[in-house]
Design a protein around this ligand. Structure first.
Ligand SMILES: [Zn+2]
Length: 62
């Protein structure tokens, strides 16, 4: 199932950036969704477009 990372590495400072965008009520994520992250170190906001990352490897999600 497509799901954004809860946490990414800040492109500017290398700090931890956490997902701001809540999932839909049905917890579905779609390719092309915009997800926002906020860096806890420099407070920059990052907007990413969800992509189909089948090639990135599946993490089991019970
Ligand atoms: Zn940062």
């Amino acid at each position: 199932m497509l799901e954004p990372d809860r946490e990414i590495t800040c492109i500017d400072c290398g700090g931890r950036s956490f997902l701001l965008t809540p999932p839909r009520e049905d917890r579905m994520w779609l390719v092309g969704d915009i997800v926002a992250y906020r860096c806890q170190d420099c407070l920059d906001r990052w907007d990413l477009v969800l992509e189909d990352d089948e090639t990135a490897g599946d993490v089991p999600d019970a």
